[in-house]
Design a protein around this ligand. Sequence first.
Ligand SMILES: Nc1ncnc2c1ncn2[C@@H]1O[C@H](COP(=O)(O)OP(=O)(O)OP(=O)(O)O)[C@@H](O)[C@H]1O
Ligand SMILES: [Mg+2]
Length: 323
Amino acid sequence: MIELKHLSRVFGEQKAVDDLNLTVNTGEICALIGTSGCGKSTTLKMINRLIEPSSGTVLIDGEDIREQRPEQLRRRIGYAIQGVGLFPHRTVYENIATVPRLLGWSEQKIDDRVRELLELLKMEFDTFAHRKPNRLSGGEQQRIGVARALAAKPDLMLMDEPFGALDPLTRERLQLELKQIQRLLGITLIIVTHDIEEAIRLADRIAVMDGGKLLQQATPEELLRNPREGFVSNLVGGEERALRLLSLRTIADLMEKPENFDLGDQTPSIEASATLRDALARQIWQQSPVLRVTSENGDTCGAISMERLLSIGQRPQEPGTEA
Ligand SMILES: Nc1ncnc2c1ncn2[C@@H]1O[C@H](COP(=O)(O)OP(=O)(O)OP(=O)(O)O)[C@@H](O)[C@H]1O
Ligand SMILES: [Mg+2]
């Protein structure tokens, strides 16, 4: 568990981070979101001691990080910096191997790890391992940045806008891959973004910052249902909130028994793993207020009606999700 307590950092006259309190649970993804200059990167860098706080403390599993040597701390924490920050003169292989080498891993262990990570990120070893960063596309470079941060199997990862310069499609794919990897490896992840869609898609909890202060910390659902007046409420959007809420849930969550409906051969179908937002889009597109829901093997496992989708606006919030 990571706890930031009354954390502040001033640069000259300016309070870059101002009395920030934030808790991130082990194994969770926390998205730190806010406008440019609100103190996101500074907050992240105080967690791995690239920047020392002016006041306040950071605890990792109850231990004050000032008790640990900065180098040692940084080797335990994966860090993907804003921009890409690959070493330009090192190959992809050597970039990924950076921290394992510092830790004195054997060549065999390093080789296994580099291969494993490239495979995880869907990059062919023979094609990419020996290239220099300038022969990679922007998206490939960002993936290698992620691989390098993951290399020494950290249990905590800090990522500062890792998908900054990517087109929306590649971005969405990498977000999903990152989430799968994070779940698979059980890593705690703090990710900085200024994109609310990215935060909603990825995070278990979202922390909204403005002017160096934390305005609200909540699950995506809670943030969409009950945003604080002002900055947070503007950030999560007016009319779009409803669609964003629908995109948080899969059809499997809300579908009903197929027998409750008169499903015919003509009833359009959709997979249970699709989102409620996909269901609504399909209903509108196919002009069918009810859809047959199918499992992965194509069998009918439920039905989803437009009426049911509309009810989501009235569903009470889940317990334990308050800010
Ligand atoms: N080393 C520094 N010296 C002086 N001021 C700094 C320093 N680092 C950051 N700042 C200031 O502190 C504030 C917060 O900066 P920070 O980099 O944390 O913002 P950010 O939220 O990450 O913004 P962005 O989204 O643009 O990356 C900014 O106003 C910035 O100018
Ligand atoms: Mg920044």
